[in-house]
Design a protein around this ligand. Structure first.
Ligand code: HEM
Length: 442
């Protein structure tokens, strides 16, 4: 519940504009339990509240109108120069996630063709084949009555899909080095300079450099994302990306593309395991495919899978926190924003905003039924961000996740093996706090 202004810590700035409420001494909670810290701030103080993650001053903004203002309408006043972005830069260099201004605009133009639907349409067979390989391994587990660790399985599958989509080949052993690096980067996100994080980043960079150099020596368009990035020319300068730029972008896509999709799938299986009626509906939907492998043309026949994914991304958005820094003065909802202020958007709390979501804690895929979803505020649902910096891989991630779900649901039903309580752990992406062993059923 929002406190009336007089009871909150609202105060006035020298410009006459209000300053947001500023509760004191709560930063320890932020470190201990960020999701509840943000949830409690929004419940106690409303849609804009100031907190102080040293050395910054940050405004937590939770109203769709404020989010739209920062990410879309006045996006040019907001840079990505936050602490997390600096960490990201140390991990992947100057790729699409971290770059700014004209450099970013040029990079986005060069990268966009790789994600064009004609390129993505060619990937469905590869995604389904990778899922079938995993399912063949599961047959042995099923026969032996052994459970699978679904978080691990989804991570390994989406890593295979991401590397095949990028490079058009199976990487073999090298895939493990990439997986290890992304995992370390995720767990040690606050400590990117630790020697083993640096070391595994160097190892992955060497793999990526090797692939890029080989492709530059003997180029053919294999239809993969790297080919498309190598072919793209800037429309003004007519220049192509050089080797270092290609490596930065590949590193960026590896880190931005795979853990996010893996966790979206993991949370979806978890939610389905808690909701047998949704699992039944999903099974019914895939049975219409008559055991034939799904393809991109089947997406329109799989609306319930898509709604389930949308709902899972609402409850457990992998990219759970977005940040921007104000370049110049601004005003949001009558509150003053000074240059340098960090605008923090906790996607997890926005997706549970009680004014915009009925029964926000409840899992209900039907709220994404197109007729209902049409009435939803666009900026109350931002699993892929919004505005010019919106996720470039959103269609790819959704295509991949939908096809994987259809393949799995055609063969197995997953039930959660008993264990301790599961709750979200907000690392670099939102992960479950423990491994998720699931038993396989026909
Ligand atoms: C379910 C899966 C995914 C989720 C939830 C997700 C989420 C996001 C979000 C929220 C942003 C915006 C960040 C911001 O505004 O600060 C973003 C940006 C980005 N994502 Fe994704 N993503 C997913 C899958 C992918 C995939 C599959 C790829 C590529 C293979 C990818 C590549 C990128 C890149 C390159 C950016 C930066 C775009 C730019 O700044 O121009 N993502 N993602």
């Amino acid at each position: 519940m929002t406190l009336p202004e007089s009871q909150s810590a609202a105060n006035e700035s020298p410009t006459g504009l209000r300053l947001p409420p500023m509760p004191r001494g709560r930063v320890r909670e932020l470190v201990r339990d960020p999701l509840n810290f943000f949830l409690n701030l929004t419940r106690q103080y409303g849609d804009i509240v100031c907190y102080r993650p040293a050395p910054d001053t940050a405004y937590l903004i939770n109203h769709p109108d404020y989010i739209r203002h920062v990410l879309v309408d006045n996006n040019r006043n907001y840079s990505k120069a936050t602490y997390s972005n600096q960490v990201f830069k140390r991990l992947v260099g100057d790729g699409l996630v971290t770059s700014e201004g004209e450099t970013w605009r040029q990079q986005r133009r060069l990268m966009q063709p790789a994600f064009h639907h004609t390129r993505l349409e060619a990937l469905d067979g590869m995604i389904v084949a990778a899922a079938q390989e995993m399912l063949s391994r599961w047959e042995g587990r099923y026969a032996a009555g052994q459970p699978v660790d679904i978080a691990r399985e989804m991570a390994s599958l989406t890593l295979t899909v991401t590397t095949r989509a990028l490079f058009g080949v199976n990487l073999g052993e090298e895939v493990n080095a990439i997986g290890e690096w992304v995992n370390q980067a995720a767990v040690q996100f606050e400590k990117p300079s630790r020697p083993h994080v640096q070391e595994s980043a160097r190892a992955v960079r060497a793999i990526v450099e090797g692939i890029v150099q080989e492709r530059r020596r003997d180029f053919t368009d294999k239809g993969d994302l790297l080919s498309s990035m190598m072919l793209a020319r800037d429309e003004e300068t007519r220049l192509r990306m050089n080797e270092a730029q290609l490596c930065d972008q590949v590193m960026t896509l590896l880190i931005a593309g795979y853990e996010t999709t893996a966790n979206a799938l993991t949370w979806t299986w978890y939610l389905l395991s808690q909701h047998p009626e949704a699992t039944g509906r999903l099974r019914q939907e895939v049975s219409a495919l008559n055991d034939r492998p799904p393809a991109i043309a089947d997406l329109e026949r799989l609306p319930y899978i898509r709604m389930t994914l949308d709902e899972s991304l609402r409850l457990y958005p992998p990219a759970w926190m977005l940040g921007r820094r104000a370049l110049g003065v601004d005003e949001i909802g009558g509150y003053q924003v000074a240059p340098g202020t960090v605008m923090a958007i906790c996607v997890y709390t926005v997706h549970r905003h009680p004014e915009f979501w009925e029964r926000p804690e409840e899992f209900d895929p039907l709220r994404f039924n197109p007729e209902v979803a049409m009435r939803q505020n666009r900026y109350a649902y931002i699993p892929f961000g919004a505005g010019p910096r919106q996720c470039i891989g959103n269609n790819f991630g959704l295509l991949e996740a939908t096809l994987i779900m259809a393949c799995v649901a055609q063969r197995f039903e997953l039930r959660l093996a008993p264990g301790s309580e599961i709750h979200p752990q907000p690392l670099f992406v939102l992960r479950p706090n423990r491994d998720l062993y699931m038993t396989l059923h026909r």
